[in-house]
Design a protein around this ligand. Sequence first.
Ligand SMILES: Cc1cc2nc3c(=O)[nH]c(=O)nc-3n(C[C@H](O)[C@H](O)[C@H](O)COP(=O)(O)OP(=O)(O)OC[C@H]3O[C@@H](n4cnc5c(N)ncnc54)[C@H](O)[C@@H]3O)c2cc1C
Ligand code: SF4
Length: 476
Amino acid sequence: MGDPKGFITVPRQPAGYRPAKERIYDYGEVEQTLNDKERRQQASRCMDCGIPFCHWGCPVGSKIPEWQDALYRGNKEEAYLVLQSTNSFPEITGRVCPAPCEKACVLEIHEEPVTIRENECATIEQAFEAGLVIPNPPQTRTGKKVAVIGSGPAGLSAADLLNKAGHHVTVFEKSDAIGGLLRYGIPDFKLNKRVIDRRLSIFADEGIEFKTEVNVGQDITKNELLKEFNAVLIAVGAEQPRDLPVEGRDLEGVHFAMDFLTCQNKINSGKNVSEAEKISAKDKNVLVIGGGDTGSDCVGTSIRQKARSVTQIEILPKPSEKRTENDHWPYWPNTLRTSSSHEEGCERRWSLSTKQFVGEKGKLKQVEVVQVEWNKDENDRWVMTEVPGTVEKIDAELVLLSMGFTQPVHNGLLDALDVEYDQRGNVKVDARKQTSVNKIFAAGDAEKGATLVVHAIEAGKVAAREIDAFLAEEGK
Ligand SMILES: Cc1cc2nc3c(=O)[nH]c(=O)nc-3n(C[C@H](O)[C@H](O)[C@H](O)COP(=O)(O)OP(=O)(O)OC[C@H]3O[C@@H](n4cnc5c(N)ncnc54)[C@H](O)[C@@H]3O)c2cc1C
Ligand code: SF4
C-alpha cells in the first residue's frame, strides 16, 4: 500500500473531458489525462483492502491494489506487468469500460472510488511510452492450428493467449478491418482507432495471422474449417439488432444505430462510403430510440454531424441519480448514467413508447410516442400501460434505433456449423465454452448476448484456456 493516508488526504480527481464547445467539432478522444504527479496521487488513494472488492467487481480479475501500489511508487514496469497479466487490452478497457470495479471499490461507499479505469489507461500508456510493450512471440510452436472467427475483443483476447501458448492462430473477419465493435461500433471520440492498430501490429509481429473480408460459412465451409484447423472459436458477436416493427418502419430516415455509427467510423478512417450507405444527421432533427450506451454514441455522433436537434428517448422510467435502498454497494448500480455525449446538448426523455413513424412522400417527418407507466401485476411482473391523453408527435427526419441486440445472426455461419442455441438464441456452450459440436468453441457476445468489452475479453480468456487444454488432450 503506497500511502496509508492517501484515501483521506487526496480527493478523487477524474481527469474530465475536453470542453464541449471545443470537442463537438472533431472526433478526437474527449477524455483528458492527469499529469504524472496527480496520477500517482490518485493511485495513492487505494487502501489495499484486506478484501479488495474492486477485484471481485472486475470481470477479468484485475489485480487492482497491486498495480495501484506500483503506479504510486512510480514503478512503471511493475505496474504494467501486473495490469497486463489479466487483460490483453488495458488500453481499451482503460478507455471504454464502465468500470464495475469502481462501483465495487470500498471507497464507493462514500461515492469517492479510486479512479481505477483512468489509472489503468495511464499505466498502459506510460508503458507504451517507455517502450515496455513490445512483441513477445512464443519460443516454441505446438504445430496445432486454431481458427478464430470474429475479431472483436473476445476473438482477439483468445487469439493472443492461444498464440502465446504456441498454437498457430488465424483470425478471420468478414469486415474490411480487424476489431469488431471496437472498430466500427464505438465512436472515435471514445476510442481512437490508432489504439487498436498499435496493439494489432504487436499481435501480427508475435505471429497471429489476420484475414479480413472472409465471411466464414460463406467463403469457407464447415468441412474446410474442421479439416484445416484443430480447433475453432466462434467469436462473431451478437449482431442481430432489436427492431421496432411499428407502422412507418420502412420510411426513409429510420435506421439501425450500427449502420449510422459504422458509416461515421468508416469515414473517419478514410474508407470509401458509397452515397447509398451514407446516413447523415446534418440539419436534421434526430430521435434516438433507446437510452443505453449505443444510443449515447449516436447522440455524440449526431451532434458532431451538426444535427439541428437531438432527442433520446427510453421506454423505461428515469433511474434515480443515487443508489437506492435496494441498489446497494458493491453491486453494479441501476442509476442514471450521463455520458460526455449527453453533456454536449441533447434532450433526454424517459417512459416513452413509440407508436408509429409518420412520413410524407416516403420520408420520415415525425414520430408518434405515448407516455407509459410501469407497475407490478399480481405475479410480481412489471407491466407497461399507456397513460391516456399523452400521445404526442416529435419532429424527426432521422431515427436511430438503439434498442440493443437480440442474438447472434443464425443465418449463414452458425446454422451451417449446426451448433445448438440456448433459450435466448445465443450459441449454447458449457462451462468450458465448448459448443454442441466437437472442436468448436464459442466466446463473447455470441454466447453471452450483447454485453461489455470486459466480459468479451474474459470470455476469450476462458475459451483460450479450454482450447489449449483440449489441444493438449488431443495430442496425447
Ligand atoms: C455502439 C456500441 C458501443 C459500445 N460501447 C461500449 C463501451 O463503451 N464499453 C463496453 O464495455 N462495451 C461497449 N459495447 C459493447 C461491446 O462492444 C461488445 O460487448 C463487444 O465488442 C463484444 O465483443 P465480441 O468479440 O463478442 O463481438 P464483436 O465485437 O461484435 O465482434 C464480432 C466480430 O465478428 C465478425 N463476424 C461475424 N460473423 C462473421 C463471419 N461469419 N465470418 C467472419 N467474421 C464474422 C463481425 O464482423 C465482428 O467484427 C458497445 C457496443 C456497441 C454496439
Ligand atoms: S476496493 Fe478500492 S480501495 Fe480497496 S483495494 Fe480495491 S481499489 Fe483499492
